[in-house]
Design a binder for this molecule. Sequence first.
Ligand SMILES: [Cu+2]
Length: 466
Amino acid sequence: MTSRRDFFKLTGAVAAASASPAALAALPELVSMDSPDTQPPLVPPDGRPYNPVVTLNGWTLPWRMKDGVKEFHLVAEPVVREIAPGMKAHLWGYNGQSPGPTIEVVEGDRVRIFVTNRLPEHTSIHWHGQRVPNGMDGVSGLTQPSIKPGKTFVYEFVARRPGTFMYHPHADEMTQMAMGMMGFWVTHPKTKHPLIDEVQRDFCFLLNAYDIDPGSYTPKIMTMTDFNLWSWNSRIFPGIDSLNVRLNDKVRIRIGNLTMTSHPIHLHGHEFLVTGTDGGPVPKGARWHEVTTDVAVGQMRQIEFLADEAGDWAFHCHKSHHTMNAMGHDVPTMIGVDHRGVVKKITNLIPDYMVMGERGMADMAEMEMPLPDNTVPMMTGQGPFGGVEMGGMFSVLKVRKDQKPGDYKDPGWYQHPPGEVAFEWSGAMPEPARFQAEGRQSMPRKLMPRQEVEVQVRKPTGHSSH
Ligand SMILES: [Cu+2]
């Protein structure tokens, strides 16, 4: 086993140590990744050239060219994934990480993928969205026998359609996807394509979710809707790397959803076009500008925009519960509740009792509460102006004039030009003017309740339908 960095230094193929001597000559080397950091793009060393993608907190799997066929070796195995600094999860994935490595090929490439199963149960891989011969579709029981523990299967097909795809098991899916088994697949066009523009930056990541109790390490696989960790590539904010681009770069971001709910992905400061789905490129006449696009379950969306506004722009799922970490859902709304009488009585019984939520939940981000081992605060992340109060599916698009072409390093916080940051008003405050005509049109006075009714907003505590 070797890291991706060392792979191209090696000459010839060294096979996985567990393979039989006869297979040693045939199996491509097992390349594994030990870091959850975003790896630089893998510039193709052979085959047709293309502009490689950057996988957020991920990497691209190197291949071996054998008689004109691109050979990859995926190993399904238990992995330890750092979800965010301070929290590790015991997941299942591929080649050392969850998600598995991104596979990048070119339209027309013949690909051969060796899949070795080191899990305690059988598996298979389905190549989501691709045109393949039926027997290569990876549905265990339907199109192939499952891959038993310790066995290696071979998939072989031509990458016929350029586009944005993913791979995942089609065997005990509930368990294996809840445990993090998935990966990204990009097929680049072989020549200039009328519907696929050239871009300077091309990012990709998968939307996934876990239910891991604070203090524990293994996801609860029976959870259907009430996940507590909403992640991009098995990372949660502030553990998700920023997307760093140069001012006036054309940027493409490819997103796939393997959670059990939809995610309206929202970008600040720019309008984008949805240029592709897992069905292929979107015809030009069917594109319109958006700042939010919903990525439904099992879908891929490919968005493109010109990064022509310098700054640190939030980029996140717009479901506000999905920008939270390790959240308990059985907490009542406490806004406006006066605890003063009851707190003294409770602290007699429970000395460490704390009141929270009377003024909203932002206190949670500032409160220095002791956390159990191996978890992260619910809302966190420090920006240049204080707490960001975000978690989960949140990151930052950093647009900089002086970011070098091809440089993906984090440039640090944006230095705002003088006069371009919202500031506190220090002048006089006028008396509030009251609008006198309440109820005139839709609710004539005579129909109004005799006594004014005042309602308090209270969110339901059940979360049956995210
Ligand atoms: Cu979401």
